[in-house]
Design a protein around this ligand. Structure first.
Ligand code: CAA
Length: 389
């Protein structure tokens, strides 16, 4: 077993940390307050290779491995979790599935502008009445003249207002109402219309929208993978995406820990630093331990994915643990700062608000437990159907 990062992984981690500390973290509070999406930042990240860390160089990426990408996400999220999710969805949920499932022509056409950060990517699966039960989606793609005419509504689409490329899932088999009749399509911004920008508890520097697709005709070259087999693309995309969200949660928790530790060493009460009191020491010890545990789960899942090995269960475990840990430990960071922690004077209240969503998107904690339970119990789909009668 090897716990050392490679020279290249350390280099990407250091480059991202340096950039994030200088160019992102100092603005994070203002972007949060003003609900500002820092569009120009992603062009700069693209220039550094950070919008396509694990995309091969021939497609405009940095050509590094998946763990390097996870390290970059962790560092970005430590500075600003909204920036973290923007890059995570752009990469894991749009660029990588096109790379994995696209034809040579689709890869050459859609991936380079994404990997270079010239365009942002989005993932349009969720609908108003299809969230955890993603297979029940209703957006319809009706066959017409060798292509499809797409109509429907999508909800909570990260990057929706700024994306140029959308990986969108629609029902191509109208006779079915389950995951089997779903296909994946690559759409452009002109195929969709944003109807509402969501107001959220946190992640205010990211964009989350409702959108509609109205009578949009697409040719066959927009179909990703096989017709009616798109749900597998969605699921395998989420297998990798969940590792990215685990890295995001890890970055948020690390930021909260750093702030709480620094405060505990400064703040004095009853004649000593509060770090000298066991109550505070134990909180910091628990935080450090749980952050380490989440990091190990996350890096292991990333390593499995890079090795081309199954990682559905391991990615779900990493996301489940890291997200719940981040919610718990950002709350503890507020507790260590006391009244100051509850104010906007310190960043820990933002970390707490930002952490909560990691337990919800890319599959709620309940869905992660379902995925893990099915895996550890060896329940295959047929057995599950039998069990359900
Ligand atoms: N990889 C590949 N294929 C998979 C798979 C996987 N990990 N998991 C399932 N599949 C396949 C199955 O083999 C099956 O294929 P066949 O029909 O060919 O046999 C098909 O997918 C359906 O599988 P299930 O019967 O297991 O599907 P299900 O309806 O029981 O539910 C679920 C599966 C796990 C609950 C799934 O619906 C799910 O993950 N829901 C959560 C949705 C989600 O995470 N949404 C996130 C939205 S995106 C987002 O949040 C981005 C953001 O903004 C940050």
């Amino acid at each position: 077993m090897e716990f050392e990062l490679t020279a290249e992984q350390r280099e990407i981690q250091a480059l991202t940390r340096e950039f994030a500390e200088a160019e992102i973290e100092p603005h994070a509070a203002a972007w949060d307050r003003e609900h500002r999406f820092p569009r120009e930042l992603f062009t700069r990240l693209g220039g550094l290779g950070l919008m396509g860390v694990c995309v091969p160089e021939e497609y405009g990426g940095a050509g590094a491995d998946f763990l390097s990408y996870v390290l970059a996400l962790e560092e970005l999220s430590r500075a600003d979790a909204g920036v973290g999710v923007t890059v995570a969805v752009h990469t894991s949920a749009c660029t990588l599935p096109i790379l994995a499932w696209g034809t040579d022509e689709q890869r050459a056409r859609f991936v380079p502008p994404l990997a270079r950060g010239e365009q942002l990517g989005a993932f349009a699966l969720t609908e108003p009445e299809a969230g955890s039960d993603a297979g029940s989606l209703r957006t319809a793609a009706a066959a017409e003249g060798g292509g499809w005419r797409i109509d429907g509504r999508k909800q909570w689409i990260t990057n929706g207002s700024h994306a140029g490329t959308f990986l969108l899932f629609a029902r191509t088999d109208p006779t079915r109402d389950d995951s089997r009749g779903v296909s994946a399509f690559v759409l452009d911004a002109e195929h969709v219309r944003v109807t509402r920008e969501e107001e959220k508890l946190g992640l205010n520097s990211s964009s989350t929208v409702d959108l509609v697709v109205e009578d949009a005709f697409v040719e066959r070259d927009r179909l990703l993978g096989e017709e009616n087999r798109g749900f597998r693309i969605a699921m395998s995309t989420l297998d990798g995406g969940r590792i990215g969200i685990a890295a995001q949660a890890l970055g948020i928790a690390q930021a909260a820990y750093d702030a709480a530790r620094a405060y505990a060493l400064e703040r004095r009460a009853f004649g000593s630093r509060i770090a000298d009191f066991q109550a505070i020491q134990w909180k910091l010890a628990d935080m450090a331990t749980e952050i380490d545990a989440a990091r190990l789960l996350t890096y292991r899942a990333a390593w499995l994915k890079q090795a081309g090995r199954p990682h559905t269960e391991e990615g779900a475990k990493a996301k489940l643990y890291a997200s719940e840990m981040a919610r718990r430990q950002t709350a503890e960071a507020i507790q260590i700062l006391g009244g100051y922690g509850y104010t906007k004077e310190f960043p820990v209240e933002r970390y707490y608000r930002d952490a909560k969503i990691t337990e919800i998107y890319e599959g709620t904690s309940e869905i992660q437990r379902l995925v893990i339970a099915r895996s550890v119990l060896g329940l295959r789909q047929q057995e599950r159907m039998l069990a359900q009668g």
